[in-house]
Design a protein around this ligand. Structure first.
Ligand code: TXA
Ligand code: MG
Length: 328
């Protein structure tokens, strides 16, 4: 975790804000969340307003421990218990059948609900002080880059958030892995901080991951996790040439430079060296995108990492960042 940690009195204040129906910026190990009392439909509705997110998009309910799971869901299969035991607290979200305590406002009208126990001392202290569940999407405006520091949250949401707890910069840096355990076989709905390989090792069988393609089909990957600059994906060996060509054409190009090109002199507006370890890449990913925006880049040139381990989640986010933008 980063060095900043909210004090006991700040945690008590945040719990009060939740009890009063307010919204709190909550640090987790993945990204910062925009939290509300999961059982207060009015507070939950405010999340959608502040984010500018369609109310049909379901939220994740954060709880303080795996022991509380049955208070929120029903019909928990053995596979879900196994995964919860191994990975909670941690960057894994389980989709299960909704219990009566979860309002439909939090699930976008679905009869299923996404639940996780975050692995961050500030989030766990808040959940313990508050006592209930906290629904929290990532604390960014809809479609934008997720925040990984408290100041990112303030910059994204301003007065839309009533109180922000500072828990330093997020250790994992990409969102949780979402696994649907309501069907016959668990399926990964979103790759994230727990790798597919780790899940398969615990379950003892292979998992399906949503189809991905290296080709961009219009409309297939609507833009999400996106900076202001346009993001283009190129083959790794062409990255320097493509970046320089775009810069020559008059773009202010930001380039994610793979470690294999570390010594290259690139004629671009800004260069981010991609860390060799995928854990460090995931941790830095959203900060790099924000940094290139702040430096005034209008085009970000990047290639996809190998899609194994955390590389699967990184590639998923980059693909979505490069997806077609809504025309407004
Ligand atoms: O790491 C994370 O998961 C972060 C931190 C704050 O916990 N939260 C996060 O929330 O990424 P959000 O709202 O940005 O993404 C939640 C995802 C959405 O893609 C949503 O569609 C999916 O969870 N989801 C929620 N409930 C679901 C359900 N019942 N069935 C299927 N997908 C669901
Ligand atoms: Mg999000």
């Amino acid at each position: 975790m980063g060095t900043v940690t909210a004090s006991a009195s700040e945690i008590e204040k945040a719990a009060e804000v939740l009890r009063a129906g307010g919204l709190v910026g909550v640090p987790t190990e993945t990204v910062y969340g925009l939290g509300a009392d999961a059982e207060n439909p009015v507070a939950v509705s405010r999340i959608f307003q502040v984010k500018g997110r369609p109310s049909s998009h379901p939220l994740i309910v954060h709880i303080g421990s795996a022991e509380q799971l049955d208070e929120w869901v029903r019909d928990v299969p053995a596979s879900a218990r196994l995964l919860a035991r191994h990975f909670w607290p941690g960057p894994l979200t389980l989709v299960l059948h909704r219990g009566p305590r979860v309002p439909l406002e939090a699930t976008g009208g679905l009869e299923t609900v996404a639940v996780r126990v975050p692995d961050h001392p500030v989030a766990l202290a808040l959940l313990s002080a508050f006592g209930g569940g906290v629904t929290a999407p990532s604390a960014n405006r809809f479609g934008q880059v997720s925040p990984t520091t408290a100041s990112d949250v303030r910059a994204e949401l301003g007065d839309g958030v009533d109180f922000v707890l500072d828990g330093g910069s997020c250790e994992v840096g990409v969102e949780s892995t979402i696994v649907d355990v309501t069907g016959e076989m668990p399926t990964i709905l979103r790759p994230g901080g727990v790798t597919r390989e780790d899940l398969e090792a615990v379950l003892g069988y292979p998992l399906t991951v949503p189809a991905v393609s290296r080709v961009r089909v219009p409309g297939q990957h609507p833009s999400h996790y996106a900076p202001s600059a346009r993001v283009v994906l190129v083959e790794p060996e062409k990255i320097v040439d493509e970046a320089e060509a775009a810069q020559e054409l008059g773009h202010r190009v930001g380039v994610f430079l793979p470690a294999s090109f570390a010594d290259a002199e690139v004629k671009a507006h800004a260069v981010v060296p991609v860390p060799r370890s995928s854990a460090a890449y995931a941790r830095g990913l959203y900060g790099f995108l924000r940094e290139l925006d702040q430096k005034g880049c209008d085009l970000i040139v990047v290639s996809l990492p190998p899609e194994e381990g955390l590389g699967l989640a990184i590639a998923n986010r980059l693909r979505r960042a490069a997806g077609p933008r809504p025309t407004v």
